[in-house]
Ligand binder design. Structure first.
Ligand code: MRU
Length: 347
């Protein structure tokens, strides 16, 4: 498969990072031009760019554009910039993975000129690697989708969430291109509607058959036999296979287990956190309660109402059928097989 992305939503234009503003989709295709770390921080925090790999790529470019547009350079100042971007969102591991790569270059202590070149090269490399990883995920997961399948997807793990064609959505694009007759049941994904707004936008463009469902319909869709597999992305995978993904993912895993249907997550190895043994220690982002109290910006709850708004939940590995990664398909027992996969690469 060609490693060309279906959507080119992250580009570098000289010393500016240009991204498609995902907050405006699907109503408007608006570009944002970001020149410093504060603007990149804001874009990540407010979900103008979102999805674990895409956040990592934006942050890596963010370091470069910030330093390239500054008149003076200091290592301490550059490390402050790294820390600012690290604080944009806590759950997606790719943010920390990409920033650790940039931080290593900053700490190397080389002169600011060559350092800027290296930071640029590293950001471009992280972007290119993600594109290639997305293509490999599609290859390794190709056998999971059969002709006639009904697939439940959650949130957006497509091109908009990565530098390539996505993680779980890359499998779906691959199956569609291979001529398999599939139908995707797109969870709308309350409260911010990444499914209804973004996944549906992508599938519409790609001509993949789909229907949007509210999150609460997933059980009924499985019970009726319309869906026979669930495919989701991941924000952070612990070394035992527990993983954090968009709130609602855990419920889907429980439902899939009850109905005896396959439940797979797909992610590049850069989403695996080597320092997190299990899901209990994955930090979960708490977002503004107003996201729950409103629907598309319109208040739907009585004034004075309170809301709980965790952006992610953790799915325990015993509920997962497999993890499709850019190094292969990981099956249970996850703890042993994740270590095997990590060590294989180091040889
Ligand atoms: O809050 P978001 O939109 O950044 O959440 C994104 C997800 O939960 C995705 O499923 C995950 O990042 C994987 S993207 C390939």
């Amino acid at each position: 498969m060609s490693p060309e992305p279906v959507i080119r939503h992250i580009t570098l234009d000289g010393r500016e990072l240009v991204i498609l503003d995902q907050r405006a989709l699907p109503s408007a295709e608006r570009l944002l031009r970001l020149k410093n770390a504060e603007e990149v921080y804001d874009a990540i925090k407010t979900l103008a760019i979102r999805g674990a790999p895409a956040i990592g790529i934006a942050a890596a470019y963010g370091i470069y554009v910030h330093l390239a547009n500054k008149d003076s350079f200091s290592i301490d100042g550059a490390l402050d910039t790294v820390n600012l971007l690290k604080s944009a969102r806590p759950t997606a591991y790719n943010l920390f993975y990409a920033l650790a790569r940039q931080e290593k270059i900053i700490r190397s202590g080389i002169d600011s000129g060559p350092m800027l070149d290296k930071l640029l090269d590293e950001a471009l490399l992280i972007h290119r690697e993600d594109l290639e990883q997305s293509a490999r995920i599609a290859e390794y997961g190709a056998g999971l989708i059969n002709d006639g399948d009904g697939i439940i997807s959650h949130c957006n793990a497509g091109g908009l969430a990565t530098g390539g064609n996505g993680t779980s959505l890359a499998l779906i694009y691959g199956a569609h291109r291979a001529g398999k007759h599939i139908k995707v049941y797109v969870d709308e994904t309350r409260p911010l509607l990444q499914g209804a707004r973004l996944t549906a936008w992508e599938l519409e463009r790609a001509g993949v058959p789909y229907e949007i469902i509210t999150d609460s319909m997933a059980g009924a869709v499985m019970q009726s036999g319309k869906a026979n597999i669930v495919l989701v992305g991941a924000d952070r995978i612990a070394m035992n296979g527990d993983f954090a993904n968009k709130i609602g993912t855990y419920s889907l895993a429980v439902l899939a287990k009850y109905h005896g249907i396959g439940f797979y997550t797909a992610a590049p190895f850069s989403t695996f956190d080597p320092d997190t043994a299990d899901g209990k220690s994955i930090p979960i982002e708490q977002r503004d309660p107003n996201e729950v109290l409103e629907f598309a910006g319109v208040r739907t709850a009585p004034m004075g109402a309170k809301a709980y708004n965790p952006a992610f939940d953790v799915t325990p590995s015993e509920l997962i059928s497999g993890i499709v990664c850019d190094r292969g398909l990981i099956s249970p027992p996850f703890a042993a097989n994740i270590i095997k996969m990590r060590d294989q690469e180091l040889k």
